[in-house]
Unconditional design. Structure first.
Length: 82
């Protein structure tokens, strides 16, 4: 399962990197999205792109402060679909 998380993490980093024109290595690590210089509009754009890419809906009450938060939600969501 760790392999699946690693793959999801890399995919999400790549998606955000392309969407926001940020080098992938700058997105790696424990930093939150805000610490990468993103604002609320950027975060909403990212959430919408992730929802579209993975065919999921991330409810408003789910906290999404970092890439890890996105990946954790995707892991749970895809595990339920299997």
């Amino acid at each position: 399962m760790a392999d699946h998380r690693t793959t999801l993490y890399k995919e999400v980093i790549h998606l955000i990197s392309r969407l926001k024109a940020i080098a992938p290595h700058k997105l790696s690590g424990p930093k939150g999205l805000w610490e990468n210089g993103m604002d609320i509009v950027d975060v909403v754009d990212i959430i919408l792109a992730v929802e579209k890419r993975y065919n999921v809906v991330i409810p408003d009450e789910i906290p999404v402060y970092s890439i890890d938060d996105l990946v954790s939600y995707l892991q749970l969501s895809t595990a339920r679909q299997v």
